[in-house]
Design a protein around this ligand. Structure first.
Ligand SMILES: Cc1cc2nc3c(=O)[nH]c(=O)nc-3n(C[C@H](O)[C@H](O)[C@H](O)COP(=O)(O)OP(=O)(O)OC[C@H]3O[C@@H](n4cnc5c(N)ncnc54)[C@H](O)[C@@H]3O)c2cc1C
Length: 366
C-alpha cells in the first residue's frame, strides 16, 4: 500500500456489488471512486429482474444481519410483488410454493444503489473502461491513470482484476431473455428439464408483460445452439417482444479467495451467485456490504482485508455450500429424460425440491 494514492478506494464497476461496496466504505469515512464503463450504469438491461423480498432474504440467508439497511429498494424500482413461485418440470405441471419476490425494474434498481452510494459520499466516473491494474494504479482505456490504496474488482464476469490476478476458473452459463407484452398471471415460474439443459428457464410477470429467458450449460446442449433453446422456450409465450438481452452468469459459486494484497473481488467477479436459483443481485450486495465495511475499518485501524472473507463465510458460507451441492445434484438429475423428471416432480418430492432451490440441505446425506 502507498500513502501517495489519490483515493482510499477505487471500485471497478458500479453494479449492485460495486455500488454497495462504495456506499458502506464511504459511510465508514473512506474516499471512494467508482469507475464504470457504462453510462448510465445498469443499461442496457441484462437481467431476469427477480429478487427475494427482505423477509424472504431473512429466511434464505439467516446469518446475514440487518437486511432492511442493506436492501432499501424504492417503490419505483419494483414492478410487481409476487407471492407465489411455481417450479415446473417439462410436463408444465407446477409445484406451487409460497414465495415473496420482487420483480424489479432493474435499471431503476441499480440507479437507486448509485444514488445511495453518492449520498454516502462516493464519487462516480462513468463511460470509462478500466483496461488494467498494476500495483496501486488503475489504467483506463482512454489513457488516464488513477491510484488508490485499495482496489476492488466489481466488474462482473469480465472484471479486469479477476482476469489478470486470479487463475481460478468459474463455470459461466450463457443466458438469453426477452421482455414481452401480455398478461402472465401473478406467479413467478422456474422451469427445469430439457428446455434448458444444465440450467433453467424462467417467466417472471411484471406489472405489465413479463421477463422470460433461460440459461444452459453448453456441454449439455446435445448439438442445439443457445439461440435454438431460447427461441423454442420463448415462443411458447405469444406476446410481442419489446426488448431482447443476453449475458453470462457464474454458476459454480464463490471462488476460494476474494482478497490478494490490496485487491479485492466482490459480486459476480467473485462468483457470488447462488447456483441453485441464479440469485446474484442480493448476494452481490451482501458481499458488497461486508467488503465496504472491512475496507473502512482497514483504513481506520489496520483491520486486515482478509477479514472480508471471514465475515462472508460466517454470513453466507453455509448457504453457498448448500446451493453448490444442490446445483451439482440438479445437474445430474436434469440429465434424466423428461418423462422421468415429470415423475420425479411430485407431491412427495415437493419439499425436497424446495429445500434445494432455497439453498438448504435436501436430505441429511446431500
Ligand atoms: C440475463 C441475466 C439474468 C439474470 N437474472 C437475475 C435475476 O433475475 N435475479 C438475480 O438476482 N440475478 C440475476 N442475474 C445475475 C445478476 O445480474 C448478477 O449476479 C449481478 O448483476 C451481479 O452484480 P455485480 O455488481 O457483481 O455485476 P454487474 O451487475 O455485472 O455490474 C458490473 C459493472 O461493472 C462494469 N464493468 C465491467 N467491466 C468494466 C471495466 N473493465 N471497466 C469499467 N467498468 C466495468 C459494468 O459496466 C457493470 O456496470 C442475471 C444475470 C444475467 C446475465
Amino acid at each position: 500500500m502507498t500513502d501517495s494514492a489519490e483515493h482510499d478506494v477505487i471500485i471497478i464497476g458500479g453494479g449492485p456489488a460495486g455500488s454497495t461496496v462504495a456506499r458502506y466504505a464511504a459511510e465508514g469515512g473512506a474516499d471512494v471512486l467508482v469507475i464504470d464503463g457504462r453510462d448510465p450504469i445498469g443499461t442496457p438491461l441484462q437481467c431476469g429482474e427477480l429478487v427475494p423480498s427482505n423477509d424472504e432474504m431473512r429466511r434464505l440467508c439467516p446469518d446475514v444481519p440487518d437486511m432492511d439497511d442493506l436492501f432499501q429498494t424504492p417503490s419505483e424500482a419494483i414492478s410487481r410483488i409476487s407471492t407465489e413461485m411455481h417450479v415446473l418440470p417439462p410436463s408444465g405441471k407446477p409445484l406451487k410454493y409460497d414465495f415473496e419476490g420482487l420483480v424489479l425494474n432493474r435499471v431503476a434498481h441499480d440507479e437507486a444503489l448509485v444514488e445511495l452510494a453518492k449520498k454516502a459520499g462516493a464519487t462516480y466516473l462513468t463511460d470509462q473502461y478500466v483496461k488494467s491494474v498494476e500495483g496501486n494504479t488503475v489504467f483506463l482505456r482512454n489513457g488516464d491513470e488513477k491510484s488508490a490504496k485499495v482496489i476492488v474488482g466489481a466488474g462482473g464476469h469480465s472484471d479486469p482484476l479477476r482476469r489478470d490476478y486470479w487463475d481460478e476458473k468459474s463455470l459461466k452459463i450463457p443466458v438469453k431473455f426477452v421482455l414481452m407484452d401480455g398478461d402472465y398471471g401473478e406467479a413467478v415460474e422456474l422451469h427445469f428439464g430439457s428446455m434448458a439443459p444444465g440450467g433453467y428457464a424462467w417467466m417472471f410477470p411484471k406489472s405489465s408483460g413479463a421477463n422470460i429467458g433461460l440459461g444452459i450449460q453448453r456441454n449439455f446442449s446435445k448439438g442445439k445452439t443457445m439461440n435454438q433453446y431460447a427461441d423454442e422456450f420463448i415462443q411458447k409465450y405469444d406476446g410481442k417482444i419489446t426488448f431482447k438481452g443476453a449475458g453470462s452468469l457464474p454458476m459454480s459459486g464463490t471462488i476460494k479467495t476474494f482478497v490478494k494484497g490490496n485487491y479485492m473481488l466482490v459480486g459476480d467477479s467473485a462468483g457470488m451467485v447462488l447456483p441453485s436459483n441464479g440469485a446474484g443481485i442480493t448476494i452481490a450486495m451482501v458481499g458488497g456490504r461486508i467488503a465496504g465495511q472491512v475496507i473502512a475499518e482497514h483504513l481506520k485501524d489496520g483491520t486486515p482485508l482478509g477479514e472480508y472473507e471471514k465475515r462472508w463465510n460466517k454470513q453466507m458460507g453455509k448457504v453457498m455450500r448448500n446451493s453448490k451441492r444442490s446445483f451439482k445434484f440438479g445437474s445430474l438429475l436434469f440429465r434424466l429424460p423428461d418423462w422421468m423428471l415429470n415423475a420425479l416432480f411430485n407431491p412427495l418430492t415437493k419439499g425436497i425440491i424446495w429445500r434445494a432451490v432455497t439453498c438448504r440441505r435436501m436430505l441429511w446425506i446431500i
